[in-house]
Design a protein around this ligand. Sequence first.
Ligand code: CMP
Length: 138
Amino acid sequence: SGNRTFTMLKPDAIENGHMGKIIDMIIQAGFSIKAMKLTRLTEEQAKKFYEVHAERPFYGELVEYMTSGPIVAAILEKDNAVADFRALIGATDPAEAAEGTIRKYYAESKGRNAVHGSDSDENAAIESKFHFADSEIF
Ligand code: CMP
C-alpha cells in the first residue's frame, strides 16, 4: 500500500511502440497498478484536463496532440507516489531529463514527452476521478 498518483502514457508513446517498456519501468520501480485503460481523450476532456495551461501559448497544440491518438491512463500506488513518479519520469524537456528516466529514453520533445505524472496528491485524486469510476479501481 501507500499513496497514489495518476499517469497517462501519451499518444507519442503508444504510437512509437513504447507502451510495454514504459509499463515495465513503472512496475520495476515499485509502483503497483490500481487501475489502467486504453482510451482516447475527446477535445472537451483534453481542454478540461489541461485547463491550468489555457493561457499558455502551447495550449492549442497540447490539446491537439493529446487527442491525436489513444493514451493509456492509470492509477499507481507506492509510498511517496507523486514525488517518486515524477522522479521516474524526469524533466518535462527530455533534453533536461536525468539518465534512467522514462522521458530520457522515450520522450521526443517538450510537448511530445511520452508520459504525464500528477504534480500533487490533490491533483492525483482529481485526475484519477476524471478517468476512472470507483468500480474500475482495484
Ligand atoms: P506535462 O508536464 O505532463 O503537462 C503539461 C504539458 O504541456 C507538458 O507535459 C507538455 O506535454 C506540454 N508542454 C509543456 N511545455 C511545453 C512547450 N513549451 N511546448 C509544447 N508543449 C509543452
